[in-house]
Design a protein around this ligand. Structure first.
Ligand code: ZN
Length: 173
């Protein structure tokens, strides 16, 4: 994903599109990429959460899925890994104006990471009422004390995102 990202099926300069229905379609498409990425976690019995980062002009900069079990790394959450890959593609740590798309509401660590990376927009699928840090339990991204504010678009393909997790946990009961 070098050369500042992989082109996705929308024209440069029109990201995100102006109309609400077109924007919804774009968020849904990006969530599809994150959902697909989430399924890669299943190979290592990791909780299936997937994330994608796109540039301000709508190019794919990074993907990540939860790899805690696979790597033994407590910080190997989907969002952190996607942000790392995105920064490498983008060529710097500041991801100003970029969008992070994730199947599950970020935890405290990941919410902090996306603020630290200066991500401009968060698109999330399912809420996490137990540990969510972008609106559920905490709101780290719209805190008045935060140095940087993130636009939050929630509930994109929420049922599908939640179903992936429910199936994973149901199979382990
Ligand atoms: Zn996290």
């Amino acid at each position: 994903m070098g050369d500042r990202g992989l082109a996705l099926p929308w024209a440069d300069g029109a990201f995100p599109p102006a109309t609400l229905s077109e924007r919804r379609a774009v968020w849904g498409h990006l969530m599809g990429l994150a959902l697909h990425e989430a399924t890669h976690a299943l190979a290592s019995d990791d909780v299936p959460v997937g994330a994608a980062v796109v540039s301000p002009d709508g190019r794919l900069l990074g993907l990540g899925h939860n790899r805690r079990e696979e790597t033994g790394d407590p910080t190997a959450h989907a969002e952190v890994l996607a942000l790392r890959q995105a920064a490498a593609s983008w060529g710097e740590w500041r991801l100003t104006g970029c969008t992070l798309v994730v199947t599950l509401e970020p935890c405290v660590m990941c919410a902090g990471a996306l603020v630290a990376a200066r991500v401009g927009r968060l698109v999330l699928g399912a809420w996490d009422p137990k540990a969510g840090a972008t609106g559920s339990v905490w709101d780290m991204v719209r805190d008045q004390r935060a140095m940087h504010e993130v636009e939050v678009i929630a509930g994109v393909r929420a049922d599908e995102c939640a179903a992936v997790l429910q199936e994973f946990f149901a199979a382990r009961r």
